[in-house]
Design a protein around this ligand. Structure first.
Ligand code: 3PG
Length: 306
Protein backbone atom coordinates (compact mmCIF):
# COMPACT_ATOMS: atom_id res chain seq x y z
CA UNK A 1 0.00 0.00 0.00
CA UNK A 2 1.04 3.62 -0.48
CA UNK A 3 0.91 5.89 2.57
CA UNK A 4 1.14 9.67 2.30
CA UNK A 5 2.50 11.66 5.24
CA UNK A 6 1.09 15.15 4.64
CA UNK A 7 2.23 17.73 7.15
CA UNK A 8 2.01 21.44 6.51
CA UNK A 9 3.86 21.73 9.84
CA UNK A 10 6.44 18.94 9.45
CA UNK A 11 7.36 16.33 12.04
CA UNK A 12 10.93 16.30 13.37
CA UNK A 13 13.25 14.32 11.07
CA UNK A 14 13.56 11.46 13.58
CA UNK A 15 9.78 11.01 13.52
CA UNK A 16 9.68 10.97 9.71
CA UNK A 17 12.47 8.37 9.65
CA UNK A 18 10.65 6.27 12.24
CA UNK A 19 7.36 6.44 10.33
CA UNK A 20 9.18 5.36 7.17
CA UNK A 21 10.91 2.45 8.95
CA UNK A 22 7.69 1.10 10.45
CA UNK A 23 5.66 1.32 7.26
CA UNK A 24 8.42 0.08 4.94
CA UNK A 25 9.13 -2.87 7.25
CA UNK A 26 5.45 -3.77 6.88
CA UNK A 27 5.81 -3.67 3.09
CA UNK A 28 4.28 -0.25 2.41
CA UNK A 29 5.60 2.72 0.45
CA UNK A 30 5.85 6.14 2.08
CA UNK A 31 5.36 9.43 0.26
CA UNK A 32 6.11 12.72 1.97
CA UNK A 33 4.38 16.07 1.43
CA UNK A 34 5.71 18.70 3.83
CA UNK A 35 5.26 22.47 4.20
CA UNK A 36 2.87 22.59 1.26
CA UNK A 37 1.57 26.06 0.48
CA UNK A 38 -1.83 25.33 -1.04
CA UNK A 39 -4.60 22.88 -0.23
CA UNK A 40 -4.54 21.82 -3.91
CA UNK A 41 -1.15 20.20 -3.31
CA UNK A 42 -2.72 17.90 -0.74
CA UNK A 43 -5.66 17.16 -3.03
CA UNK A 44 -3.24 16.21 -5.82
CA UNK A 45 -1.00 14.12 -3.56
CA UNK A 46 -3.78 11.81 -2.31
CA UNK A 47 -4.73 10.63 -5.82
CA UNK A 48 -3.16 7.17 -5.56
CA UNK A 49 -2.65 6.52 -1.84
CA UNK A 50 -4.38 3.98 0.39
CA UNK A 51 -3.25 5.49 3.70
CA UNK A 52 -2.83 9.05 4.94
CA UNK A 53 -1.10 10.46 8.04
CA UNK A 54 -1.78 14.12 8.88
CA UNK A 55 -1.47 16.59 11.74
CA UNK A 56 -3.79 19.62 11.65
CA UNK A 57 -3.90 19.36 7.86
CA UNK A 58 -7.39 19.76 6.46
CA UNK A 59 -8.79 16.49 5.19
CA UNK A 60 -11.87 17.97 3.56
CA UNK A 61 -14.60 16.32 1.49
CA UNK A 62 -12.65 17.53 -1.59
CA UNK A 63 -9.50 15.76 -0.43
CA UNK A 64 -11.45 12.57 0.21
CA UNK A 65 -13.16 12.79 -3.17
CA UNK A 66 -9.74 13.14 -4.80
CA UNK A 67 -8.49 9.92 -3.13
CA UNK A 68 -10.39 7.02 -4.72
CA UNK A 69 -8.13 4.34 -3.16
CA UNK A 70 -8.00 5.83 0.36
CA UNK A 71 -8.83 3.36 3.14
CA UNK A 72 -7.46 4.94 6.30
CA UNK A 73 -6.62 8.41 7.65
CA UNK A 74 -4.69 8.75 10.89
CA UNK A 75 -4.56 12.14 12.53
CA UNK A 76 -1.25 12.03 14.42
CA UNK A 77 -2.61 13.87 17.44
CA UNK A 78 -5.71 14.17 19.56
CA UNK A 79 -8.20 16.56 17.91
CA UNK A 80 -9.75 15.37 14.66
CA UNK A 81 -11.89 18.42 13.85
CA UNK A 82 -9.69 18.86 10.75
CA UNK A 83 -11.03 15.67 9.16
CA UNK A 84 -14.43 15.57 7.46
CA UNK A 85 -15.68 12.45 9.24
CA UNK A 86 -19.00 12.34 7.39
CA UNK A 87 -17.26 12.35 4.01
CA UNK A 88 -14.84 9.66 5.17
CA UNK A 89 -17.58 7.48 6.65
CA UNK A 90 -19.67 7.78 3.50
CA UNK A 91 -16.78 6.16 1.64
CA UNK A 92 -16.09 3.56 4.37
CA UNK A 93 -12.73 5.18 5.15
CA UNK A 94 -11.48 4.54 8.69
CA UNK A 95 -10.37 7.66 10.58
CA UNK A 96 -8.22 7.33 13.70
CA UNK A 97 -6.42 9.66 16.10
CA UNK A 98 -3.47 8.86 18.38
CA UNK A 99 -4.85 9.85 21.79
CA UNK A 100 -2.39 10.72 24.53
CA UNK A 101 0.70 10.66 22.34
CA UNK A 102 1.34 14.40 22.33
CA UNK A 103 -0.45 15.27 25.59
CA UNK A 104 2.62 15.96 27.69
CA UNK A 105 3.92 18.53 25.22
CA UNK A 106 0.61 20.40 25.28
CA UNK A 107 0.38 20.17 29.07
CA UNK A 108 3.88 21.59 29.48
CA UNK A 109 2.97 24.49 27.21
CA UNK A 110 -0.19 25.22 29.22
CA UNK A 111 1.88 25.44 32.42
CA UNK A 112 4.50 27.59 30.68
CA UNK A 113 1.75 29.90 29.46
CA UNK A 114 0.42 30.41 32.99
CA UNK A 115 3.86 31.38 34.22
CA UNK A 116 4.51 33.59 31.17
CA UNK A 117 1.39 35.62 31.88
CA UNK A 118 1.91 35.63 35.66
CA UNK A 119 5.38 37.07 35.00
CA UNK A 120 4.04 39.75 32.64
CA UNK A 121 5.41 38.15 29.48
CA UNK A 122 8.92 38.17 30.93
CA UNK A 123 9.06 41.96 31.14
CA UNK A 124 10.46 43.69 34.26
CA UNK A 125 6.93 44.68 35.43
CA UNK A 126 6.05 43.14 38.79
CA UNK A 127 4.33 39.84 38.27
CA UNK A 128 2.84 37.23 40.53
CA UNK A 129 3.48 33.59 41.41
CA UNK A 130 1.27 30.68 40.44
CA UNK A 131 1.96 28.78 43.65
CA UNK A 132 -1.05 29.06 45.96
CA UNK A 133 -3.38 30.06 43.11
CA UNK A 134 -6.35 28.04 41.89
CA UNK A 135 -6.30 26.40 38.48
CA UNK A 136 -9.58 25.34 36.88
CA UNK A 137 -9.24 22.69 34.20
CA UNK A 138 -12.01 22.57 31.62
CA UNK A 139 -12.07 18.94 30.43
CA UNK A 140 -10.06 16.40 32.35
CA UNK A 141 -8.79 14.10 29.61
CA UNK A 142 -5.22 13.16 28.71
CA UNK A 143 -3.97 16.75 28.57
CA UNK A 144 -6.12 18.13 31.40
CA UNK A 145 -4.94 15.47 33.86
CA UNK A 146 -1.28 16.11 33.03
CA UNK A 147 -1.76 19.87 33.44
CA UNK A 148 -3.37 19.19 36.83
CA UNK A 149 -0.50 17.02 38.05
CA UNK A 150 2.13 19.55 36.97
CA UNK A 151 0.17 22.45 38.51
CA UNK A 152 -0.15 20.59 41.81
CA UNK A 153 3.59 20.00 41.86
CA UNK A 154 3.99 23.77 41.48
CA UNK A 155 1.81 24.38 44.52
CA UNK A 156 -1.48 25.22 42.82
CA UNK A 157 -4.92 24.17 43.98
CA UNK A 158 -6.50 22.22 41.12
CA UNK A 159 -10.18 22.00 40.22
CA UNK A 160 -11.67 20.36 37.15
CA UNK A 161 -14.87 19.68 35.30
CA UNK A 162 -15.60 17.19 32.54
CA UNK A 163 -19.05 16.32 31.19
CA UNK A 164 -17.90 12.76 30.48
CA UNK A 165 -16.47 12.01 33.94
CA UNK A 166 -18.01 11.33 37.33
CA UNK A 167 -16.85 13.30 40.36
CA UNK A 168 -15.00 10.22 41.68
CA UNK A 169 -13.04 9.99 38.44
CA UNK A 170 -11.99 13.63 38.69
CA UNK A 171 -10.95 13.09 42.31
CA UNK A 172 -9.02 9.96 41.32
CA UNK A 173 -7.18 12.11 38.75
CA UNK A 174 -6.06 14.40 41.58
CA UNK A 175 -8.44 17.37 41.16
CA UNK A 176 -11.36 18.74 43.11
CA UNK A 177 -14.55 18.45 41.00
CA UNK A 178 -16.20 21.80 40.21
CA UNK A 179 -19.97 21.71 40.54
CA UNK A 180 -20.62 23.58 37.28
CA UNK A 181 -18.64 25.21 34.51
CA UNK A 182 -19.85 28.55 35.85
CA UNK A 183 -18.42 27.66 39.26
CA UNK A 184 -15.09 26.61 37.70
CA UNK A 185 -14.69 29.96 35.94
CA UNK A 186 -15.93 32.02 38.89
CA UNK A 187 -13.47 30.46 41.36
CA UNK A 188 -10.28 29.93 39.34
CA UNK A 189 -7.34 32.33 39.05
CA UNK A 190 -6.35 30.43 35.90
CA UNK A 191 -8.64 28.41 33.65
CA UNK A 192 -6.97 26.03 31.20
CA UNK A 193 -9.17 24.87 28.32
CA UNK A 194 -8.86 21.29 27.02
CA UNK A 195 -12.12 20.72 25.15
CA UNK A 196 -12.29 19.64 21.50
CA UNK A 197 -13.91 21.78 18.81
CA UNK A 198 -17.34 20.25 18.18
CA UNK A 199 -20.71 21.75 17.18
CA UNK A 200 -21.51 21.84 20.93
CA UNK A 201 -18.31 23.57 22.05
CA UNK A 202 -17.67 26.04 19.21
CA UNK A 203 -18.16 29.60 20.49
CA UNK A 204 -19.15 28.22 23.90
CA UNK A 205 -16.67 30.27 25.98
CA UNK A 206 -17.68 33.89 25.87
CA UNK A 207 -18.45 37.03 27.79
CA UNK A 208 -20.50 35.49 30.61
CA UNK A 209 -17.95 32.88 31.62
CA UNK A 210 -14.85 35.00 31.04
CA UNK A 211 -16.16 38.06 32.86
CA UNK A 212 -17.14 35.89 35.83
CA UNK A 213 -13.47 35.04 36.53
CA UNK A 214 -11.91 36.40 39.74
CA UNK A 215 -9.81 39.57 39.86
CA UNK A 216 -6.52 39.19 37.99
CA UNK A 217 -7.51 35.89 36.37
CA UNK A 218 -5.95 34.42 33.21
CA UNK A 219 -7.63 32.25 30.58
CA UNK A 220 -5.27 29.77 28.90
CA UNK A 221 -6.26 28.17 25.60
CA UNK A 222 -4.14 25.36 24.20
CA UNK A 223 -7.21 23.71 22.71
CA UNK A 224 -8.87 25.27 19.64
CA UNK A 225 -9.51 28.92 18.79
CA UNK A 226 -13.03 28.04 17.64
CA UNK A 227 -14.24 27.30 21.18
CA UNK A 228 -13.89 30.99 22.07
CA UNK A 229 -16.58 33.54 21.26
CA UNK A 230 -14.09 36.21 20.21
CA UNK A 231 -16.48 39.16 20.49
CA UNK A 232 -17.36 38.04 24.01
CA UNK A 233 -13.69 37.70 24.91
CA UNK A 234 -12.98 41.21 23.62
CA UNK A 235 -15.90 42.66 25.58
CA UNK A 236 -14.79 40.92 28.78
CA UNK A 237 -11.19 42.17 28.37
CA UNK A 238 -12.51 45.66 27.64
CA UNK A 239 -14.64 45.81 30.78
CA UNK A 240 -12.17 44.06 33.06
CA UNK A 241 -8.66 45.55 32.81
CA UNK A 242 -7.42 42.89 35.23
CA UNK A 243 -8.19 39.86 33.01
CA UNK A 244 -5.67 38.19 30.69
CA UNK A 245 -5.82 35.75 27.78
CA UNK A 246 -3.05 33.54 26.39
CA UNK A 247 -3.52 31.13 23.55
CA UNK A 248 -1.68 28.70 21.29
CA UNK A 249 -4.18 29.38 18.57
CA UNK A 250 -4.32 33.04 17.54
CA UNK A 251 -7.85 34.41 17.48
CA UNK A 252 -9.09 36.03 14.29
CA UNK A 253 -9.26 39.36 16.16
CA UNK A 254 -5.73 39.03 17.57
CA UNK A 255 -4.43 42.24 15.99
CA UNK A 256 -7.29 44.18 17.59
CA UNK A 257 -6.82 42.47 20.96
CA UNK A 258 -3.07 43.12 20.93
CA UNK A 259 -3.59 46.75 20.01
CA UNK A 260 -6.21 47.27 22.71
CA UNK A 261 -4.86 45.12 25.52
CA UNK A 262 -1.06 44.87 25.01
CA UNK A 263 0.63 42.59 27.53
CA UNK A 264 -2.72 41.25 28.74
CA UNK A 265 -2.99 39.05 25.64
CA UNK A 266 -0.57 36.74 23.86
CA UNK A 267 -0.90 34.25 21.00
CA UNK A 268 1.84 32.00 19.64
CA UNK A 269 2.72 32.87 16.01
CA UNK A 270 2.01 29.26 14.96
CA UNK A 271 0.25 26.45 16.83
CA UNK A 272 3.06 24.81 18.78
CA UNK A 273 1.56 22.86 21.70
CA UNK A 274 2.49 19.49 20.24
CA UNK A 275 5.63 20.70 18.50
CA UNK A 276 8.31 18.87 20.45
CA UNK A 277 10.68 16.18 19.22
CA UNK A 278 9.16 13.78 21.75
CA UNK A 279 5.54 14.46 20.79
CA UNK A 280 6.37 14.23 17.07
CA UNK A 281 7.99 10.89 17.64
CA UNK A 282 5.24 9.53 19.89
CA UNK A 283 2.35 10.62 17.68
CA UNK A 284 4.09 9.95 14.36
CA UNK A 285 5.20 6.44 15.24
CA UNK A 286 1.82 5.62 16.78
CA UNK A 287 0.15 6.72 13.54
CA UNK A 288 2.47 4.55 11.46
CA UNK A 289 1.91 1.54 13.72
CA UNK A 290 -1.84 2.00 13.62
CA UNK A 291 -1.83 2.08 9.82
CA UNK A 292 0.45 -0.96 9.55
CA UNK A 293 -1.71 -2.82 12.04
CA UNK A 294 -4.93 -1.86 10.28
CA UNK A 295 -3.65 -3.11 6.93
CA UNK A 296 -2.29 -6.31 8.52
CA UNK A 297 -5.10 -7.26 10.92
CA UNK A 298 -7.99 -4.81 10.48
CA UNK A 299 -7.44 -3.44 14.01
CA UNK A 300 -9.66 -0.35 14.44
CA UNK A 301 -9.01 0.35 18.12
CA UNK A 302 -8.48 4.09 17.68
CA UNK A 303 -11.17 4.65 15.07
CA UNK A 304 -13.15 7.85 15.69
CA UNK A 305 -15.80 7.55 12.95
CA UNK A 306 -17.64 4.40 13.91
C1 3PG B 1 -3.78 17.84 18.68
O1 3PG B 1 -5.00 17.92 18.50
O2 3PG B 1 -3.21 16.75 18.85
C2 3PG B 1 -2.96 19.08 18.78
O3 3PG B 1 -3.72 20.20 18.56
C3 3PG B 1 -1.70 19.07 17.92
O4 3PG B 1 -1.88 19.55 16.62
P1 3PG B 1 -0.64 19.58 15.59
O5 3PG B 1 -0.31 18.17 15.25
O6 3PG B 1 -1.13 20.35 14.42
O7 3PG B 1 0.51 20.25 16.26
Amino acid sequence: MKVLVATQKPFAAAAVNGIREILEAAGHDVVLLEKYAAQEELTAAVANVEGLIVRSDKVTAEVIAAAPKLKIVVRAGAGFDNVDLAAASARGIVVMNTPGQNSNAVAELAVAMMIYMARTQFTPATGSEISGKTLGIQAFGNVGRLVGAKAKALGMKVKAIDPFLKEEQIEAGGAEPASTLKDLYATSDFVSIHIPATPQTIGSIGYTLISSMPKGATLVNTARKEVIDEAGLEKALEERPDLKYITDVAPDNYAVLKEKFGLRVFATPKKMGAQTAEANLNAGLAAARQIADYFATGNTRFQVNR
